[in-house]
Design a protein around this ligand. Structure first.
Ligand SMILES: Cc1cc2nc3c(=O)[nH]c(=O)nc-3n(C[C@H](O)[C@H](O)[C@H](O)COP(=O)(O)OP(=O)(O)OC[C@H]3O[C@@H](n4cnc5c(N)ncnc54)[C@H](O)[C@@H]3O)c2cc1C
Length: 391
C-alpha cells in the first residue's frame, strides 16, 4: 500500500468502484503527488503560493469548472473532486486545502453565474491564474449562516459592502472572494445575496491572519465601504443562502474524501510499522490487540470510502436527496478518520508523537475536517431534519 492508499477502490463492477475516467485520474495523479508534493511540511504564504502554482500547472483546478469555461467535464463531477482530494490529502494537506477552496469559489459561479460572470472568472480559476475564496462565516454567524449580517446596500448601479468575514481560507492570497451579505436584514436568511468581489477592490481589507495547528492560509477579511457594480451579484437578490447551501451540499462529500485520504495514509503507516517493530520477541503485527486495531481501522476506512463515493455519485447523477448522503459521508468519514489517525499514532508508541513524523502531522491535519463546511453536530442536524422534518 502506498502513501496515497492505492488499491482501495475495488473493481469497476463493485459498489463504490470508480468509473474508468476517475480511476485514470486517480492513478495519474497519485504518481505525480508522490513525486512532487511528498516534501517536508511547509508553512507560510510563499509555500502556499508555490503549491498552488504546482497544482495549477498540473491542471487539477480544471476539474472544478465546467467544460467551455476552462474545465474538463461538461458538468463539475463530485467524483473528480473526491478523487483529487483523497489523493492530495494523505500527502499534502496544504495542497488539499488549496484545491478544496478553489472548488468552493468556482462551484457557486458554475451553479448561479450569468454567462458573462462565468466567462470572466471561471477560466481564470480553472487555470489557477486566480485564487478564489468563499466568504460565508462571520464572527457571529458560524454554524448558523442565515444569521450573516455583512451589509450589502444597493446604491444606484452598485452595491456597497460593509462587514467582516472570519475564518476565511485564502484570506489575503485570493484574487476573488465569493461573499455572502445581506441586502434586506429584516428578511434574515432570505435577505442574503452572493457577490463576486475582486480582492483589488478598494475597501477589501485583510483584517487578521490566523495560524492553525496545520498549514492553512486563513484569516478575517473586512469590507469597508466596498463598492462593486451591481453586475457582481451572483444569482438573484435573496438567493445567496441557497447558493451557499447548495455549494456546501455538493462539496461536503469531498471533505469526507480528504478524510479517507488521510486515514488511508495513517493505516498504511500503521501496517508498515506494526510489521517492522518488535517487542517481547515478536513484531507488533503478531499481537492480537494490534491486529484487531488494524482490522477496525481498515473496516472503518472502507465504510467511509463507500459512503463518500456513493454521495459523490448521487451528485453526479443529479439525484435529489443528495444532502443527507453528503452529510452522512462527511460525518462518518471525518469522525472515522480521526479515530483511525489516533490509533495509527498509538501503534507507533512514543515515536508517533515526534514533530515532523507522518503520524504527528496527520494527527494535526485531520482535526479541521470535523469543523469546516459544517461541524459534525450540524451534519447530524441535517440528517435528522431529512428523516424527521422540523428545523
Ligand atoms: C480550517 C477551517 C477553514 C475554514 N474555511 C472557511 C472558509 O473558507 N469560508 C467560510 O465561510 N468559513 C470557513 N470556516 C469556518 C467554518 O465553516 C466554521 O468554523 C464552522 O461552520 C463552525 O462555525 P463556528 O466556528 O462559528 O462554530 P459555532 O457555530 O460557534 O459552533 C461552536 C460549537 O457549537 C456547536 N453547535 C452550534 N450550533 C449547534 C446546534 N444548533 N446544535 C448542536 N451543536 C451546535 C458546533 O457544532 C460547535 O461544536 C473554516 C473553518 C476552519 C476551521
Amino acid at each position: 500500500m502506498t502513501g496515497t492508499g492505492d488499491g482501495d477502490f475495488g473493481g469497476r463492477g463493485v459498489p463504490g468502484g470508480l468509473p474508468a475516467p476517475q480511476l485514470r485520474l486517480r492513478q495519474a495523479l497519485a504518481a505525480w503527488v508522490e513525486a512532487e508534493l511528498d516534501t517536508p511540511e511547509a508553512t507560510g504564504d510563499a509555500a502556499a503560493v508555490a503549491v498552488f502554482r504546482k497544482l495549477a500547472r498540473r491542471g487539477v483546478f480544471r476539474y472544478a469548472a465546467p467544460r467551455g469555461f476552462g474545465g474538463v467535464r461538461r458538468r463539475v463531477q463530485a467524483r473528480d473532486l473526491c478523487v483529487i482530494r483523497q489523493t492530495l490529502a494523505g500527502v499534502s494537506p496544504l495542497a488539499d486545502t488549496l484545491f478544496a477552496v478553489q472548488a468552493l469559489a468556482a462551484y457557486p459561479l458554475a451553479l448561479a453565474g450569468t454567462p458573462a460572470q462565468q466567462r470572466r472568472y471561471l477560466p481564470r480559476l480553472a487555470a489557477g491564474h486566480d485564487m478564489g475564496a468563499f466568504a460565508l462565516t462571520e464572527p457571529d454567524a458560524g454554524s448558523d449562516p442565515a444569521a450573516a449580517r455583512l451589509r450589502a446596500r444597493k446604491r444606484g448601479g452598485t452595491y456597497v459592502l460593509d462587514g467582516r468575514k472570519s475564518l476565511i481560507s485564502n484570506a489575503g492570497l485570493a484574487h476573488l472572494y465569493v461573499v455572502f451579505g445581506s441586502t434586506h436584514p429584516a428578511r434574515g436568511g432570505n435577505g442574503l445575496g452572493a457577490f463576486l468581489v475582486e480582492a483589488a477592490t478598494p475597501g477589501v481589507v485583510v483584517a487578521e491572519r490566523l495560524e492553525l495547528i496545520s498549514p492553512h492560509p486563513i484569516g478575517t477579511v473586512a469590507f469597508e465601504g466596498c463598492r462593486i457594480p451591481e453586475e457582481q451579484l451572483l444569482g438573484a437578490p435573496g438567493e445567496g443562502l441557497g447558493v451557499a447551501l447548495a455549494t456546501l451540499e455538493a462539496l461536503r462529500c469531498s471533505v469526507g474524501a480528504a478524510a479517507v485520504g488521510m486515514a488511508g495514509r495513517a493505516l498504511a503507516e500503521a501496517v508498515r510499522y506494526a510489521r517492522s517493530r518488535s517487542q517481547f520477541g515478536r513484531t507488533l503485527s503478531r499481537f492480537q490487540a494490534i491486529r484487531f486495531k488494524i482490522a477496525d481501522m481498515a473496516t472503518e476506512l472502507e465504510a467511509a470510502r463507500l459512503l463518500v463515493y456513493q454521495a459523490a455519485q448521487a451528485h453526479d447523477r443529479g439525484d435529489t436527496g443528495m444532502a443527507r448522503q453528503s452529510s452522512m459521508a462527511k460525518l462518518f468519514a471525518t469522525e472515522a478518520a480521526q479515530r483511525i489517525v489516533d490509533q495509527a499514532l498509538q501503534i507507533h508508541g512514543g515515536l508517533g508523537l515526534v514533530a515532523g513524523s507522518v503520524t504527528e502531522r496527520l494527527y494535526r491535519d485531520v482535526r479541521a475536517l470535523r469543523i469546516y463546511e459544517g461541524t459534525s453536530e450540524i451534519q447530524k442536524l441535517i440528517i435528522a431534519r431529512d428523516l424527521l422534518g422540523g428545523s
